[in-house]
Design a protein around this ligand. Structure first.
Ligand SMILES: [Zn+2]
Length: 296
């Protein structure tokens, strides 16, 4: 950084003829760019799992100006039923948030997995659906999405897994399993909703999370721990067996059910369903028109 400021000083001491002014503008631009890149690299260094060489320079430089291309709007409509039900105004807002997520995160393929723009949009839209009712919708504690072609070995879990969300700010997916979740949006299995459900839990410890989520998550905990709702869900077979593994998996599986099979969830466990709707400030069973988040 010292070098950049020195360059800036030298230019100002020169006679400001036309060439010098242009040169000054170029140097200032480069200095600001390098400063921003330096800040971004510092953030990346927080995790050892990332390959720093893959940082996309131009992507970071212009990310704040990116807009969803027309093909992105079509892609969202082709892939998400809930998006098709939105009003045009809601669709525009949802697309804007989705593209913001795309350029806010560092997407990396692993084990030879290529990462296309469409893949980023699919993942981003899945994340944004969870936070659609919230003010802090970008999962600010998470800076990277890693994508493997299939199941992968997790050093953290010491097991082969389909997905992982870790406190270092990284969400990891098996692409095969992510796609499987998106391919049927009514079967209670959605790896994307599941992992971003865990990510929401992590966000709850940060200042950048809506109070409505933090407060109601505490109520949720009390219900499932001391009021036996976890056991009730198990007995009614509302969720798949994996939900009963622990409190965190219960929440992540409940998020999958909330979006993919809300009728059964509400019918079996109305108190928990209503609490989740309050927590996320949205209700998949309500008319889409009622959820106009344009005030945010
Ligand atoms: Zn899980």
């Amino acid at each position: 950084m010292i070098i950049h400021y020195c360059l800036f000083g030298i230019i100002l001491n020169q006679t400001l003829d036309g060439g010098a002014v242009i040169l000054a503008v170029v140097v200032i631009f480069i200095s600001i760019t390098l400063f921003k890149q330096n800040q971004y690299n510092k953030r990346l260094n927080n995790t050892r799992t990332l390959n720093k060489n893959s940082t996309d320079f131009t992507f970071n430089l212009f990310r704040s100006n990116r807009k969803m291309p027309p093909s992105g709007y079509r892609f969202l409509a082709d892939n998400f039923e809930f998006y098709r039900k939105f009003s045009p105004k809601q669709q525009k807002l949802f697309a804007a948030r989705t593209i913001k997520f795309v350029y806010d995160k560092n997407f990396e393929g692993r084990d030879g997995q290529q990462v296309s723009f469409e893949m980023k949009v699919l993942i981003a839209a899945t994340a944004i659906r969870l936070t659609w009712g919230l003010k802090y919708y970008l999962f600010p504690s998470f800076h990277s999405i890693l994508i493997y072609p299939g199941e992968f070995y997790s050093g953290f879990s010491k097991a082969v897994v389909k997905g992982e969300t870790n406190m270092a700010g990284v969400v990891v997916f098996s692409w095969k399993d992510f796609l499987f979740g998106v391919s049927d949006q009514n079967d209670n299995l959605n790896l994307g909703y599941h992992e971003f459900g865990h990510a929401l839990f992590v966000e709850r410890f940060k200042e950048t999370m809506d109070d409505v989520f933090i407060d109601n998550y505490d109520r949720w905990r009390r219900l499932i721990i001391s009021k036996g709702k976890l056991k009730e869900a198990e007995l009614k077979h509302t969720f798949r067996q994996y939900a009963t593994y622990n409190e965190h998996e219960f929440f992540a599986v409940a998020v999958e059910n909330f979006f993919e099979r809300p009728e059964k969830f509400k019918n079996d466990l109305p108190k928990l369903y209503n609490l989740m709707a309050t927590m996320l400030n949205q209700d998949p069973l309500a008319s889409a028109q009622r959820y106009d988040r344009s005030s945010f």
